[in-house]
Design a protein around this ligand. Structure first.
Ligand code: SF4
Ligand code: SF4
Length: 396
């Protein structure tokens, strides 16, 4: 516990320092503003990395009569709206000069404190499940409803790709540090950010926790092979479109596939893409019976954090293999294939996503599982202590 607290406290300090640095760093790419007549205000906001709120006042009055009218107005090409290019550029410059919003700095700092707390809870290893349900509701309320859609892990990945393509409006310092912070969160604890801090993950899991369709939930675990195949396929299509490998779309605004799948915008209604608007009901209904469908099937950060899981310092591990009575309670409690794969011990790396939810720790009647570092397992190695040898089929 002590080493995690030290590591976590270090993370809080580093995150706060990096977030403050981003806040104070001036945006220097104002001159590369992308505005074309066929782009909608929503695309323009995305391409220039400014909040959509900064462009809403440009809409003609009749397009701002209600939420839906505004949403539709923001999707229309600006030439159809009769908006002058200069006024759009001026609004973008004003928004860019305001730089990184203070509320985003607050989010990073809160996130690191929040994840430190979640880690301590996991390390304690008792009644994690019950507290987690409330924790996720609080995450949804604070990081989603109050603090909104941005910044978020999915955009961090997309913006990093934009940087590689030199798409304007993505200051290098902001994009790199943004991804560095998210990476640090996931390196200290496996999928800690996804599992305990992500506003969209919390929404899906809160729906999943509603005690409905329990038997369906048990049967509808997404097979890892299928979920990873879908997630990688979507990423590859995004990549091919984005880097124009398919020779279609010519790098137009529609070439960023994830913009059309960005469900984080559920917290920023006006910034929703039309396809996402259609996707939302399916994902929300599916979340009642399937564990985090968006995370398992679509999110590029989910894919990235799955890779990072292999080198994360802290994760759920079977520390007392000699205690395991193979009752498989942990597998039943696990919402994914992760625990089953760990027990089978087929391989050590690239196991199915483990969300560090702690359900298996709670479920194990023998206390064989812990959220811990590999160092602790080495210290407790049965061979070193002279107790029973490790059971076949259990990996750490
Ligand atoms: S995988 Fe899920 S929890 Fe992780 S960043 Fe994406 S939406 Fe959030
Ligand atoms: S192995 Fe399964 S139950 Fe255990 S923490 Fe990971 S996802 Fe949760």
């Amino acid at each position: 516990m002590r080493s995690f607290v030290v590591l976590g406290a270090g993370l809080v300090v580093v995150t706060s320092a990096l977030a403050l640095f981003i806040k104070c760093h001036p945006f220097q790419e104002e001159e590369k503003i992308a505005v074309r007549g066929e782009m909608s205000l929503r695309h323009i906001a995305e391409r220039n990395s400014v909040p959509i709120d900064a462009l809403i006042p440009l809409l003609p009055q009749e397009r701002r009569t209600g939420r839906v009218a505004t949403l539709l107005g923001l999707q229309e090409p600006v030439k159809n709206l009769g908006l002058a290019r200069d006024s759009i550029i001026s609004a973008i410059r004003t928004a860019q000069s305001e730089g990184f919003p203070a509320v985003d700095v607050l989010r990073y700092v809160l996130w690191s404190i929040w994840l430190l707390g979640a880690g301590c809870l996991l390390l304690r290893g008792r009644r994690v499940r019950r507290i987690r349900t409330l924790w996720l509701v609080a995450t949804l309320a604070v990081f989603g409803l109050v603090l909104g859609a941005a910044p978020n892990p999915m955009e961090a990945v997309v913006k990093f790709h934009k940087l590689l393509q030199s798409i304007p409006g993505n200051p290098v310092v902001f994009v790199v540090l943004n991804l560095v912070i998210f990476t640090l969160f996931s390196l200290i604890g496996a999928k800690m950010l996804c599992s305990w801090g992500c506003q969209l993950g919390a929404l899906q899991e809160t729906l999943y926790n509603i005690p409905l369709f329990k038997s369906l939930k048990r049967r509808l675990k997404l097979p890892f092979a299928a979920s990873i195949a879908v997630r990688i396929t979507i990423y590859l299509i995004f990549f091919a479109l984005f880097f124009e490998l398919l020779n279609i779309n010519q790098g137009g605004p529609g070439s960023i596939l994830y913009h059309h799948l960005n469900m984080f915008k559920i917290y920023e209604f006006y910034d929703l893409a039309l396809f996402t608007l259609l996707l939302i009901p399916f994902v929300l209904v599916a979340s009642l019976v399937v564990f985090r469908p968006f995370c398992q099937l679509i999110c590029p950060f989910g894919l990235y954090s799955w890779l990072l899981e292999n080198v994360a310092v802290y994760r759920v591990r079977k520390v007392r293999t000699d205690r395991c009575i193979e009752c498989h309670q942990c597998e039943k409690a696990c919402p994914t294939d992760a625990m089953q794969a760990m027990n089978k011990g087929e391989r050590r790396y690239f196991l199915p996503d483990c969300w560090s939810c702690g359900s298996c720790i709670d479920a194990c009647p023998q206390g064989a599982l812990e959220f811990t570092s590999a160092r602790k397992i080495l210290r407790r190695s049965p061979l070193r202590s002279g107790s029973q040898p490790e059971r076949r089929g259990c990996v750490t």
